[in-house]
Design a protein around this ligand. Structure first.
Ligand SMILES: Cc1cc2nc3c(=O)[nH]c(=O)nc-3n(C[C@H](O)[C@H](O)[C@H](O)COP(=O)(O)OP(=O)(O)OC[C@H]3O[C@@H](n4cnc5c(N)ncnc54)[C@H](O)[C@@H]3O)c2cc1C
Length: 395
């Protein structure tokens, strides 16, 4: 089949790799002049690593990654630990895959290299998709330059502001979730006595939380700091913000957090958006994956992982189903309940991380602390449905 992919992010490139490996002809059209991602980290949990392993890229992806010792939950001001779940051998033993912290640029280059090895002509930059026209025998994709391309199927992997989704379902904006995130990456060497722990650490506070972890074999610290806001403020995503504003969002917090903000070379500000589950994921010869389809709050660290899972399952269904409609239908049935559950769980995490009432804090964090000490299996088990899934086995 001749498959056109709009968007060369994690979802688009994983789809390209999975489809090339099963013998399809693929073209990925990326609007940017280069395939690249912002300078930030991404956590890839075992369910994502199992897919990357099956696609033969886990060694490349893991080349400069950091393996966190544990997942940790702490209070943002005192740093008091509520619980810790060991992750290194435990992730492999319990969930069947590694848990990695990766620089996004490294993840993208690993996928790009793998696609390029199979088909260098599949990667096309500087092509912004504007619309598609579909008929009985094929689909035509139009670009801002006036050029066009033809194929049998279009995969919309063009992210949260997807032009493909807008044409399929109407030009509805994603909804502002009431959260704004600060993001930065700082060399560990600049953090003196206050490097972040060697864990995936959530720091909880009233109406806000932070996440710290290490990247690039431990040489960099990744920071995401989320605060509740009535308005998104600055419209553009990822615009640099003022250090004083970031500091004012985390007053009196643990020195690990304050030091990262002080040393950050740049602090990017990201209003966070999501969408309600879409009424349909495909129409005719057009189908959506990743953020184009189910953007979510990053509070479960699963947006990129879900895009990876989507891409694999879609490619498997296209390859094995008797017809294209059957494949797209099977894909949506396999993926929608899981992606929707992840979206909902990410939203619930916002409430757990941001408790402000002291009684609610005690009622939430007290039992978590007790379970972490006395019955750690309960805390581990809460992630079995998510990390334990192997979509490559099911597909
Ligand atoms: C603060 C924060 C932290 C996060 N942390 C994690 C994490 O730890 N783990 C995790 O799994 N996820 C995480 N995520 C979520 C993750 O970043 C996204 O879910 C993921 O990048 C989605 O991948 P995608 O390929 O669907 O879309 P994108 O990464 O947005 O890629 C879309 C691509 O399409 C291109 N494009 C857009 N429009 C067009 C067009 N019209 N024509 C051609 N090309 C186009 C874009 O340039 C881009 O390259 C986080 C998100 C945020 C905001």
């Amino acid at each position: 089949m001749r498959i056109l992919i709009a968007g060369g992010g994690v979802g688009g490139l994983t789809a390209a790799l999975a489809l090339l490996r099963t013998g399809h002809e693929v073209r990925v059209f990326e609007q940017a002049a280069r395939f690249e991602d912002i300078g930030a980290g991404v956590q890839i949990s075992p369910n994502g690593m199992k897919v990357l392993d099956r696609l033969g890229v886990s060694a490349r992806v893991g080349r400069d990654a950091f393996r966190p010792r544990a997942q940790e939950f702490r209070l943002g001001r005192s740093g008091q630990r509520i619980f810790e779940i060991p992750l290194r051998s435990e992730a492999i033993n319990r969930w069947g895959g590694d848990y990695l912290h990766i620089h996004r640029a490294d993840l993208l280059s690993a996928l790009l290299e793998a696609v390029r090895d199979l088909s260098p002509e599949s990667l096309i930059n500087g092509h912004q998709v504007t619309e598609y026209l579909q008929g009985e025998n094929g689909i035509r994709l139009k670009f801002a330059s006036g050029e066009s391309a033809s194929g049998d199927l279009l995969i919309g992997a063009d992210g949260i502001h997807s032009a493909v989704r807008a044409q399929m379902l109407g030009p509805e904006k994603p909804r502002f979730t009431g959260h704004v995130a600060w993001r930065t990456v700082v060399p560990i060497a600049r953090l003196g006595d206050y490097p972040p722990p060697e864990t995936a650490c959530v720091w909880a506070g009233s109406g806000r939380h932070a996440v710290t972890y290490r990247l690039r074999r431990g040489s960099l610290a990744n920071f995401v700091g989320v605060v509740e806001r009535d308005e998104p403020g600055e419209e553009s995503w990822g615009a640099p913000g003022a250090r004083e504003d970031a500091k004012a969002d985390f007053p009196g917090w643990h020195p690990v957090i304050r030091r990262i903000i002080d040393e950050a070379p740049v602090l990017l500000r990201w209003p966070l958006y999501d969408r309600a589950p879409l009424p349909k994921w495909s129409e005719g010869r057009v189908v959506l994956v990743g953020d184009a389809c189910h953007p979510m709050l990053p509070f479960l660290a699963q947006g990129a992982v879900m895009a990876i899972e989507d891409a694999y399952v879609l490619a498997a269904e296209i390859t094995r189903s008797a017809s294209l409609p059957a494949a797209l239908d099977a894909y949506e049935r396999a993926r929608k309940p899981r992606a929707t559950r992840v979206q909902e769980t990410a939203r619930q995490n916002a409430r757990i991380f941001h408790r402000s009432n002291p009684f609610m804090k005690l009622g939430t964090y007290g039992p978590m602390m007790a379970a972490g000490r006395l019955l750690p299996g309960i805390i581990h088990g809460r992630h079995d449905w998510l990390y334990g899934q192997d979509v490559t086995a099911a597909a």
